[in-house]
Design a protein around this ligand. Structure first.
Ligand code: AMP
Length: 883
């Protein structure tokens, strides 16, 4: 309680002893001048320092006597007194000026007493609390003014509120004086308890009532410490660790590690055990692996295949890889192998226990060290024996490829070339073979020359022409690989005047040729339809090259297909599943070329070398074709896995599924347009001497503009990946329903057997993807065909088209139309809509009339028809031919 000082000359308060609160003896001030009027008795406290408090409360405990209980004082007796305060920065002595004090309130009693008995009186204590206005000085005085009451001040307590120091969420919050305003919340930052930390400083709010409110954030025990009762973090004991901050407890050290000190975040590995930088502290410590076992080598000319078994002890890890070191040895010493040596798949970071080492020198001794490594090998100071060694002697081998071929001279009809010796002759070079090809579309016009020296003059060349050259060396071990193709041109020997004459002569010859040609067309009637034959006759026909004729199929791929870097491709979605792996849709971005949508065929992992060859053979074939109705090859990815074939993307996928999805949705002209596209594509293939063997709607792809393109090329394999193909008695796989009888029976595949398949595709198209011969068995199909039955016209199929199908299904293959004839016939039909109106449901005699009159117009087709129809004995499965 602030010490109350007597109020000097105007004070009538007296300090007396009595029994205070809780019946304890106490001192208090009292005044009781109730008889005389105009009382003004002051009592003042000493100076009370504020100590930073914002809101100050004053609690008074007092007794007040009831005026009615004192006889004869009703005019003078009061039952209240006044509370005053005065702000001051320090103590100002016992005297004071009441004028400086400001009144806080008039204080009245809730209880009063009527009976004063000093010896044994019953005190009725009143308690009143008042709040001081906000203060700015360092302290204050309180004063009490009595105006004629009988009052005893027992206690005066001045106090302020604060939030007391506390620990919450492992954070310590200091004692905080409450704010000034009644609604204020003071934000108080906390400090984490020892061993704890927080990413963000935790906070709490101190209310004006001195209560902690709204905790935000908390601390967690840091690494090496775990939470313990009493809001604290306790250090992990020796032998245990805690790797990260958090609520989890300390754990026992992992195998092969220990901790000797308290508060360990990561246990220390035992001697000769290690932890890789990427290993989490919870991993057991590990050590380098032991040596690979049973290392064996097999030598193939100048290549060596090494194979071994994994180490007996992996060191407690799963990331064992191998590294191969190569040394070439003479009688006295060994030297590291040069850069020319190739390691397949690579020299280090080998996961599989095998490696092929190529491009070694012939007849040489090598020592190979295979070292097993794991994630801690580089940390080990004392490396256990982790490598195995094998010594190898290479065999004789053909010379390596010649790399530098140069043109030395050129005299119009001859070229002189020189070249350097192969980097690895692998023996005495007997001679060189030079291939010289006139550069035309496929470079088939080639001459081969032999020479002992490293230069040659090739004579008898065409002046002003481009030739390609390749050279290979020969030793007793045979020929080496051909050098890369180089192109040199001979200079033109014509003078300016001569050139003009030649050009003029050429032009005259051309005009004569054209005249002859126009007359021929006119006579045959073909001239009337937009000069189709004109372009056909002048077009250069290429020939398909069977990739099997290449010694190395990989060479065929690179001859016909462009290698694409996998980084140029962005895969978007799966569109199908091929025999070799998924087919994806993607985007191909080649530098300086517009982005193209592509289909990406992949070769799934785990393939054999033969499967890879077969897979890529499709690209070797496709790459030779360039036609709007043949699926276009963009390139291949062979340098990385998975191996891929990239083709143009066909939005509508395969034709059979597309037809089934759009049953009855297309006009006849649309269907015939698609059919025509397939015929054009097939004619192109036939002209290239390529026999497809598996033409079926499922092997035709359709793009967004309904353009059909023939796809699914393979070698004679062709049919291995066709689910429709079945084994015949010859042991080969054949899609019976699509294949001509002679191909099934004698394996006689020709363009004429492709024409049979084309007839089936026509039927598939006209029936919107119906299965040929429905659910008949393959045996029944073969037998029915043999007996002369043929598929009937699909519903609403124009008779002319069904007749064309029947023509394709002539038993004698020479009676079938060629693709060129088929195409011309389809074109004629497209130009004669009346002929397409007749279907099997139309009146028969009317139908025959239209057909006959239409057929009469088809000048060159007539010839073929009159020839073939004399042999016709076919009848369909549902109706017998009336001829
Ligand atoms: P394939 O291995 O050629 O039989 O392809 C399997 C499936 O992939 C086909 O049935 C098509 O649905 C899809 N597909 C293949 N090539 C392409 C392509 N160029 N464009 C769009 N889809 C294709």
């Amino acid at each position: 309680m602030p010490r109350l000082l007597p109020a000097g000359k105007i004070a009538n308060w007296e300090e007396i002893s009595g029994i205070g609160a809780e019946r304890m003896p106490d001192r208090f001030y009292q005044v009781c001048n109730v008889i005389r009027e105009s009382q003004n008795n002051w009592l003042r406290t000493h100076w009370v320092p504020r100590n930073g408090a914002q809101r100050i409360y004053v609690e008074l405990k007092f007794t007040l006597r009831d005026c009615n209980s004192i006889p004869g004082v009703s005019h003078t007796c009061k039952e209240t007194f006044n509370l005053f305060y005065h702000e001051a920065n320090g103590e100002s002595g016992p005297d004071f000026d009441v004028a400086k004090f400001t009144k806080i309130d008039t204080i009245a009693a809730d209880e009063s007493f009527t009976h004063v008995d000093v010896g044994d009186r019953v005190l009725k204590l009143n308690t009143e609390v008042r709040e001081l206005p906000s203060l700015s000085a360092r302290g204050f005085y309180l004063a009490f003014q009595d105006v004629g009451a009988c009052v005893a001040l027992v206690t005066v307590r001045a106090y302020y509120k604060r939030c007391s120091a506390t620990v919450r969420g492992l954070a310590m919050f200091p004692a905080t004086v409450a704010g000034a305003a009644s609604s204020s919340l003071l934000v108080v930052p906390g400090t984490c308890v020892p061993g704890a930390h927080a990413a963000e400083v935790p906070r709490m709010h101190c209310s004006s009532d001195g209560e902690w409110l709204v905790p935000i954030g908390q601390c967690t025990c840091r690494a090496g410490y775990q939470q313990a009762p009493g809001n604290r973090c306790r250090a992990c004991r020796p032998g245990t660790y805690k790797a990260e901050a958090g609520a989890q407890p300390c754990e026992v050290c992992p195998v092969h590690s220990s901790s000797l000190k308290e508060a360990t975040a990561s246990c220390t590995c035992h001697a000769a055990f290690y932890r890789a930088s990427t290993d989490p502290p919870s991993y057991p410590c590990s050590r380098p692996p032991s040596a690979p076992r049973n290392l064996i080598s097999s030598v193939n000319e100048t290549s060596v295949i090494l194979e071994w078994n994994p180490p007996r002890n992996s060191g407690g890890r799963e990331d064992v890889t191998y590294q191969v070191l190569c040394q070439q040895c003479s009688a006295s010493s060994c030297e590291p192998c040069g850069h020319a040596v190739h390691f397949l798949p690579r020299q280090d970071r080998l996961k599989a226990p095998t490696v092929t080492i190529a491009h070694l020198n012939a007849h040489s001794n090598y020592s190979f060290t295979v070292e097993a490594l794991n994630g801690v090998s580089s940390l080990a100071t004392k490396v256990p024996q982790s490598s195995a060694i094998v010594n190898v002697t290479t065999n004789q081998a053909a010379p390596s490829e010649i790399t530098a071929v140069q043109k030395e001279g050129d005299s119009g009809d001859s070229l002189t070339l020189t070249w350097s010796q192969p980097t690895q002759p692998n023996g005495v070079i007997l001679d060189y073979e030079l291939s010289c090809c006139l550069k035309d579309l496929r470079e088939h016009n080639c001459t081969f020359l032999k020479v002992k020296s490293r230069s040659i003059t090739v004579k008898g060349l065409r002046p002003g022409a481009v030739y390609s050259f390749q050279i290979r060396a020969r030793t007793v071990a045979g020929y080496g690989a051909y050098s890369a193709r180089v192109y040199f041109s001979t200079t033109s020997t014509l003078s300016g005047e001569m050139k003009e004459i030649t050009i003029l002569g050429g032009c005259i010859a051309m005009v004569i040729l054209l005249l002859v040609f126009f007359i021929a067309c006119f006579i045959s009637g073909g001239f009337s339809h937009k000069g189709v034959c004109f372009t056909v006759k002048l077009r250069r026909i290429k020939t398909y090259v069977d990739p099997h004729t290449y010694e190395d199929p990989a060479q065929a791929v690179h001859e016909f297909a462009k290698e694409i870097g996998v980084s140029c491709l962005a895969i978007q979605s799966v569109v199908g599943a091929g025999e070799f792996g998924e087919v994806y849709r993607g985007v191909l971005r080649l530098t300086e070329q517009p982005e193209v949508l592509v289909a990406i065929k992949t070769l799934k992992a785990g393939y054999s070398e033969k499967q890879r060859r077969d897979f890529l053979s499709e690209a070797s074939i496709m790459g030779q074709f360039e036609h709007p109705n043949i699926i276009r090859l963009e390139g291949v990815v062979t340098k990385t896995t998975p191996v891929m074939i990239i083709t143009e993307f066909m939005e509508n996928g395969s034709l059979d599924a597309f037809l089934r999805k759009n049953d009855g949705q297309f006009t006849l002209t649309q269907v015939m347009g698609m059919l025509r596209g397939i015929a054009v594509g097939m004619k192109y293939l036939a002209d290239m001497n390529y026999i497809h063997r598996d033409l079926a709607a499922r092997n035709v792809l359709v793009n967004g503009n309904l353009v059909c393109k023939v796809s699914d090329f393979g070698l004679s394999r062709g049919l291995e990946d066709d689910p429709q193909a079945v084994y015949t008695t010859h042991g080969s796989k054949i899609p019976i329903r699509w294949t001509a009888p002679e191909a099934i029976a004698f394996h006689k595949f020709t363009s004429a057997s492709d024409v049979w398949s084309f007839g089936i595709v026509m039927w598939e198209m006209m029936s919107y993807g119906e299965r040929p011969y429905w659910n008949m068995t393959n045996q029944d199909v073969i037998q029915s065909i043999e007996e002369g039955y043929r598929l009937p016209a699909p519903i609403d199929c124009p008779l002319a088209l069904h007749q064309l199908m029947l023509d394709c299904w002539q038993k004698e293959r020479s009676d079938r139309p060629t693709f060129a004839q088929l195409l011309a016939y389809l074109d004629k039909l497209l130009q004669t809509p009346a002929a397409l109106k007749v279907t099997s449901s139309t009146n028969a005699s009317e139908a025959m009339g239209v057909l006959v009159s239409s057929v009469k117009q088809w000048v060159f087709l007539e010839l073929w028809r009159t020839h073939t129809h004399t042999h016709t004995h076919t009848h369909t499965l549902t109706y017998t031919d009336t001829h």
